[in-house]
Ligand binder design. Sequence first.
Ligand code: PLP
Length: 407
Amino acid sequence: MTREEERIRADFPLLSKNNVIYLDNTATSQKPKKVIDDVAEFYRTLNSNPMRGLYDISVRATERVEEAREKAASFINAKNSSEIVFTRNATEGLNLVAYTYGEEKLSEGDEVMISISEHHSNLLPWRLLCERKKAVLKYFECDETGVFSLEEFKHALSAKTKIVAMSAMSNVFGRENVITPFVKAAHECGAVFVADGAQSVPHVRTDVSESGVDFLAFSGHKMFAPMGIGVLYGKKELLEEMPPFLSGGEMIEYVHRDSERFSAPPYKFEAGTMNAGGAAGLLSALQYIDSVGFENIMKREEELSEYMLSGLVKIPHVKVLGSDEAREHHGIFTFTVDGVHPHDISEIMSSKNICIRAGHHCAQPLHEFLGVRSTARASLGYYNTKDDIDAFLKTLSEIRGVMGFMD
Ligand SMILES: Cc1ncc(COP(=O)(O)O)c(C=O)c1O
């Protein structure tokens, strides 16, 4: 391990205290000590219901939540922090749009377009919405390496398309879908564009003002923050006209026996006591990213990806999904080994304390489209080391032998 790697890993208690080789970063990232400490500090010193109390600790808890909102807005270059709605995770953000904007705007016969590579979280909310509204769910396809053609996308759009939902980075291919031209094409057709940023926001610079995307959902836990806090970005004018998702406390200005007035966004969408400790953790995670430098995180992920792919391609019988270019993987490597079930791969890895994923990675239609039942996935984080990758590659190269193959 290099000095630099030692220094980075010292920030992450789980990695520095346990003997695990953690290669499941696409599922969730490890948490820096700073984030764990800042969340504990929130509960130790500020714990009170935010947004409500007029006393000191409640006011300060509210300020912490609003600071997190400002920070999240600037991280994705939103114009205004009122465009940042706190959710539990990306899944909740996507459901929020489907149940509010979708429910209000979609009519029988309208179309919702999604890509074939979507995570189930950006597929099922739209399918269920279409079923409720008797609308049509259309898929547009990528090539076998995950590239989408803008021309084919434009061709698939129609005057009936009201919503396009697409991830800005696949959790299977690791490839960035550069959404800006797709957003423009959707807008020219009169559709809104909902981006799933669960994988893209942690790995590449996100600029909602530049891309013009209407909604973008992401999860804190994939970018060093605690589980249970996520963000839905929505354009101000859209959030203003949307009905609420959940109703109850916090999201109203007044309630009388027979009438009510909802708060302005984002509060209209944040019913009930919010996850203030989680928001404090998200703020801390974004501060941690600033202190390291997002460019440095991206650079390190690219270097590790180069190292990983150059090793993977040398192992016979291993096939990597997606691009031949390491920099297009953003640390995400989904693969198969001829004759070996991904669950066996994962269990053999686990016997060496190596954590990887096996299955369909919540992207079953994509697996069906690619003609593979299931795959294994090793995904790198900024704190992984070349030693981690060496240990993974060594075990992988031995797997067919362990399973009784002679070559
Ligand atoms: C592309 C993508 N979208 C959505 C999600 C759902 O994220 P969460 O479970 O945090 O809501 C994931 C999680 O892995 C993902 O990879």
